[in-house]
Design a protein around this ligand. Structure first.
Ligand code: SF4
Length: 694
């Protein structure tokens, strides 16, 4: 280890966005410690962050481009990509090509890819694996607030008197945030309620764990809305001055049946009373809410309760979405979803489109929504998408109905994959594979779940011929005929442009404003300390909406009527179980990084099925035996973990293993690609399956 000052960067895993201090060891590795000055973690790291140093190295890395499986120069590979994309546009129109990117992109990567597709190719066919993560929150925020605004900050978790955690195993999936909450609870007696069909480690600090029937969150929160009204807890002034839709929502709530949750009525009543009498409430939610065919309504059901009581935008109060990925938020900010425009502007708004078109000065701006993730791969399977660029993600393993997706990628005329490895389930299907720079090797910014923008900094050299993703997308843009628009030499140039565009958006009344950073010099950008948007003046922003001021045309938040509906897939005698999927503590996504750490792999070494003892006994499953799990879409063989943490009929399996890392453990092959009608987010937690002893 050298004695030089550490390099400040950000952990590449979850949306907590912890700051890290990196010290190169001079042999291609890094030591990693928590950054005591980063506001997200104040020096703390979880097991995954602590083990980051184990995950580096060039073993197995793709170090040069591949064209049709053979080594190629970057020039040849990029020429091939640009010419095949240009041909597809010329012959079949802009809608015949698509980009599928990633919440692990840096904001600068995202900005360039989105600009190329929406502003120059002229289609909105760019979507991201964040569609699988938090698209329902984006849709719920936009429906209620008029923009995709996270109202609060992490500090609210420490200032709340009650924190309600819905559909999140915070202890494993956002461990540092969980620790901050646990410490606040020790300090000031914060009450914690966990709402989750499964008993997870998060429930260890809960005063109340409500193990509701899967998919019944709307019934619970619509019932809470009605209860708040009956108890006289509505903030009439806030509702009158700052919201619309209250009466219709109350009418809908009057028909809510909280009993549909299957919870003890006394437990429901106790939860309602606690929520009602506590002024400072944070309702934190994650994938159990988002990954649902009714995800947007679930989000609305939660937001409604906060809006009706004015418990939003005040210290210790508000709904709070935590994102699964390190830069889902940055992707939202650049408009990297198929239904959004840059800088939180609206694709459907002609004024917004004109502003972005003028700013980018491209030949054609997309004028309608593009294909969302599930639609994109279905279109590829049907031959409507002729050319596809997949970057920084592995959809052949992680998309629902992954077998269908694998066939769709195979069927597509031309597929480019940018990745660190050429061996992923997806990269093996590509015509061109581009070697991407990874964490620790490239520079840029990310935004965490509480809107804090942090720098990721390079601490290691680029291995082989690897390049950052923004550089590959910019080079293709130049070769497709737009040299001036994609003439970027450094990420700082991209960031300045992104910040300047946000100023234009703010002028149109949008929330996302980092115009105070548009004038950063390269040196300022290099030195940029974590800063929370909005940043109009260079100072970190705080909460939104404490005094109203929503971003809808009327300036009022929309309280939206919601009604309980069942998950899309129906159980039957053939498929009697409902499968929940999720993460384990020490692995991340498809384990391309965490799988390299022996200590991380020790926690959960193989794919498993967590199943209730009653179900296991009935099926003749024994602990540590094997079970075959079948759905209408695929099958997997999993190690049996018998546990009372799951409910009868509702087993759980992790999502990390792929064909590359475990035979027959690829769980997303089983997941039904049923999507929320508003957000397009797939329902990853309620697929129907059959189980038998293997
Ligand atoms: Fe990284 Fe998330 Fe762990 Fe922080 S909590 S160290 S961001 S994985």
């Amino acid at each position: 280890m050298t004695g030089a000052a550490p390099i400040r960067s950000t952990c590449p895993y979850c949306g907590v966005g912890c700051g890290v201090l990196l010290r190169p060891d001079g042999a291609g590795g890094l030591s990693v410690a928590g950054d005591p000055e980063h506001p997200a973690n104040r020096g703390r790291l979880c097991s995954k962050g602590t083990a980051l140093g184990d995950t580096l190295g060039t073993r197995g890395r793709l170090l040069h481009p591949l064209v049709e499986g053979r080594r190629a120069t970057w020039d040849d590979a990029l020429d091939r990509v640009a010419s095949r994309f240009s041909e597809a546009v010329a012959m079949h129109g802009p809608g015949s090509i698509a980009f599928y990117v990633s919440g692990q992109f840096l904001t600068e990567d995202y900005y360039v890819a989105n600009k190329l597709m929406k502003g120059f190719i002229g289609s909105a066919n760019i979507d991201t694996n964040s569609r699988l993560c938090m698209a329902s929150t984006v849709a719920g925020h936009r429906r209620a607030f008029g923009t995709d605004t996270v109202p609060g900050t992490y500090d609210d978790l420490e200032e709340a008197d009650l924190v309600v955690i819905v559909g999140s195993n915070l202890a494993w999936c956002h461990p540092v945030l969980y620790r901050r909450l646990a410490e606040a609870r020790e300090r000031r007696g914060t009450r914690v309620v966990v709402i989750d069909p499964r008993r997870t480690a998060t429930a260890d600090i809960a005063d109340m764990h409500l193990a509701l029937r899967p998919g019944t969150d709307v019934a619970l929160f619509a019932g809470l809305f009605a209860h708040l009204h009956e108890a006289g807890a509505i903030d009439g002034t806030f509702v009158l001055d700052h919201t619309e839709g209250f009466d219709a929502t109350l009418d809908a709530a009057a028909t809510a049946r909280p009993g549909a949750t299957g919870l003890d009525p006394d437990a429901i009543e106790a939860f309602y009373r606690l929520w009602t009498r506590t002024e400072r409430v944070v309702t934190l939610f994650s994938q159990g809410v988002n990954q649902s065919s009714r995800g947007t309504d679930k989000v609305s059901a939660i937001l409604n309760c906060h809006l009706a009581t004015g418990r939003i935008g005040r210290p210790g109060s508000g709904p709070f979405s935590v994102t699964g990925q390190p830069n889902a938020m940055g992707g939202r900010e650049v408009g990297g979803l198929a239904n959004t425009l840059a800088a939180h502007l609206d694709l459907e708004d002609p004024t917004h489109r004109a502003a972005v078109a003028g700013f980018w000065d491209g030949p054609r701006l997309a004028d309608r929504q593009g294909l969302k993730a599930v639609e994109m791969f279905r279109a590829a399977a049907q031959g409507r998408v002729k050319a596809l660029w997949i970057a920084c993600t592995n959809p052949a393993a992680t998309m629902p109905e992954a077998d269908m997706v694998r066939e769709a990628i195979r069927a597509c005329d031309f597929v480019v994959v940018s990745d660190l490895f050429a061996t992923t389930d997806t990269a093996r299907l590509a015509d061109v594979v581009l070697p991407a720079a990874g964490w620790g090797e490239k520079d840029g910014t990310v935004t965490n779940s509480d809107r804090t923008i942090s720098r990721q900094r390079a601490a290691l050299g680029l291995p082989g011929e690897a390049r950052p993703d923004w550089a590959a997308f910019a080079e293709v843009g130049r070769r497709m005929g737009w040299p001036r628009a994609f003439d970027y030499a450094r990420p700082a140039e991209i960031f300045r442009e992104h910040a300047a565009l946000s100023g234009l958006a703010a002028g149109l009344g949008r929330d996302f404003d980092i115009s105070g950073l548009a004038g950063l010099s390269d040196a300022d950008y290099d030195a940029l300390a974590p800063i929370r948007w909005p940043v109009a003046t260079g100072r970190s922003g705080g909460r939104f909406f404490g005094a109203g001021g929503f971003f809808t045309p009327t300036g009022r938040a929309r309280i939206h009527p919601v009604r309980q509906e069942e998950p899309a897939a129906r159980t039957s005698p053939r498929y009697p179980f409902r499968l929940n999927t999720g993460r384990v503590r020490d692995h991340w996504h498809t384990m391309t990084r965490t799988g390299r750490s022996a200590r991380l792999s020790r926690h959960m070494a193989e794919p498993f099925l967590q199943i209730h003892p009653g179900d296991a006994a009935r099926l003749g499953l024994v602990p540590a035996g094997l079970a075959r799990v079948r759905s209408p879409h695929g099958e997997a063989v999993l190690r049996v973990l018998v546990s009372e943490a799951v409910q009868p009929g509702h087993p759980f399996a992790p999502m990390h293993w792929t064909d590359e890392t475990a035979s027959a453990g690829r769980i997303d092959a089983l997941v039904e690609a049923a999507t929320d009608p508003v957000s397009g987010q797939p329902e990853s937690k309620a697929s129907v399956v059959a189980i038998e002893r293997f």
